[in-house]
Design a protein around this ligand. Structure first.
Ligand code: LLP
Length: 434
């Protein structure tokens, strides 16, 4: 945490703002997203990937964070968008995102979602299995539509990450397995379909991955598969979507690897593999989510209680928790925070940052070093741009926080804070209970 992030009052600066001013103006808990930081990451993705390989495309994985304002930023940066549900697709469409740059994913798409994607004219539907292929073909034919599709394959690669966010291993619920004949049969079927146009394949091996070895291995397996279909079926793969998963560093002492540390190695493996197999290099696509947005966000909380259990632990309880960030409880994810109004004081205390939900597991951070805290102090949890807002819940009937987009001189609400009435909005009391 460099001095450049602290102003003369000893307050934490983020996205060109003294965050204590944001807390005063918008209240806490508050998600704060730096527009400059998101745009810088998009630019890095463009410069280190899209500008270097002809016709390549990076699509932002919307599941990480997708209010409509985010769709606008991503569109203006020239990236595509990965959506994974009718709700995400509706968000993108409502925000005016160019539909031809949308990739529609999901391992359990409903007929309604498939129809929606076809009607909206998404660029690609990523088909996850044989029953989806059956359904899509029927829906497309009945609706007089054509669909450009990719098949998601499970490369059978074990990446080193939490098992809940591992997706490319043999036995995964995602994609066509490479074992058995289902993929080959599906390729043959798609080649003969009058309403589906198979452009190629997709894989995604998991999330929050730091080393490129598993990605490179998956590329190798992808090349072998492509070569086999070329040889045996005469099928030419036009596109290879290599997924996302590029990790970010949550330890303030560490550093997030550049995305090129993955993409360069993958592209090298792809070029070498295709040359060795004598097949053309397909158009490539990547799908970074966390890498684009995680570090562009912080969450502000106000301390409500400080409780020391002598000789054991000091808890600082805040006004949010697993409802606005379930990642520590769900994955054991590690975060770091700063006492945003006391940046000029020495961090002499070690505290456990506790959320307000009625669960002992609702702990945001353990072993956090901070100056002595008291009720009313402001804390900024860092690196919360990805998979927090998008995974928030109303557990304990806690309204969801607002999200603001900041840049020097501007701060705009991009998602309103829920009210207690918003929480009641879907409740109905049946006649006999009134
Ligand atoms: N493409 C596909 C097909 C995916 O399933 C995912 C993430 C991504 C791209 C983007 O992965 P990223 O670049 O963000 O790692 N909720 C979990 C993460 C789940 C990721 C699911 N799929 C978490 O909070 O860690």
């Amino acid at each position: 945490m460099g001095q450049q992030n602290v102003n003369e009052s000893g307050h934490f600066l983020f996205g060109g703002w003294d965050v204590t001013e944001l807390a005063e103006r918008f209240g806490t808990p508050l998600y704060v997203l730096s527009e400059e930081a998101v745009r810088a990451r998009c630019r890095a993705v463009r410069e280190s990937f899209m500008d270097r390989w002809e016709n390549s495309l990076a699509v932002y994985a919307g599941k990480a964070f997708l209010p409509m304002a985010m769709c606008r930023i991503i569109a203006s940066e020239g990236l595509g968008l990965d959506v994974v549900s009718g709700g995400e697709l509706h968000t993108a469409k409502s925000a005016g995102f160019p539909m031809e740059k949308v990739f529609f994913h999901g391992n359990s798409k409903t007929a309604e979602e498939l129809r929606f994607a076809l009607d909206a004219g998404v660029g690609r539907i990523v088909v996850d299995g044989t029953s989806e292929l059956d359904a899509l073909e029927e829906i497309a034919r009945n609706g007089g539509k054509r669909a450009d599709i990719l098949f998601r394959v499970t490369p059978g690669v074990d990446a080193h990450t939490h098992k809940y966010i591992l997706t490319g291993h043999t036995g995964s619920k995602f994609g066509f397995p490479l074992l058995g004949n289902s993929l080959r049969t599906a390729v043959r079927r798609a080649m003969n379909s009058d309403c589906l146009s198979l452009r190629g394949f997709h894989f995604h091996i998991g999330s929050q991955i730091f080393e490129n070895t598993s990605h490179v291995m998956a590329v190798g397996i992808g090349v072998k598969t492509i070569a086999e279909f070329s040889r045996d079926l005469g099928f030419t793969t036009m596109e290879l979507n290599m997924g996302g998963g590029y990790g970010v560093e949550f330890d303030p002492e560490g550093e997030t690897p550049p995305i090129s540390s993955f993409t360069d190695a993958m592209m090298e493996a792809l070029a070498a593999g295709c040359a060795a197999e004598g097949i053309p290099v397909p158009r490539v696509i990547i799908e970074p989510g966390r890498w684009v947005v995680s570090e562009a966000g912080v969450t502000l909380y106000t301390v409500q209680t400080v409780k020391t259990i002598d000789g054991m632990v000091t808890y600082a309880g805040v006004d949010g928790g697993m409802t606005d960030n379930p990642r520590p409880a769900l994955y054991g994810a590690k975060y770091w925070a700063v006492a945003a109004g006391k940046m000029d004081r020495e961090p002499t205390e070690t505290v456990t940052l506790a959320g307000k939900c009625c669960e002992s597991g609702d702990v945001l951070i353990e072993g956090l070093k901070v100056p002595p805290l008291e009720r009313g102090d402001l804390l900024a949890v860092l690196n919360t741009g990805a998979y927090t807002f998008s995974m928030a819940s109303n557990y304990n009937r806690i309204p969801r926080p607002a999200a603001v987009l900041v840049s020097p001189g501007r701060a705009d609400v991009i998602a309103e804070r829920q009210t207690y009435d918003d929480v009641l909005r879907w409740d109905r009391i049946p006649e006999h209970l009134r």
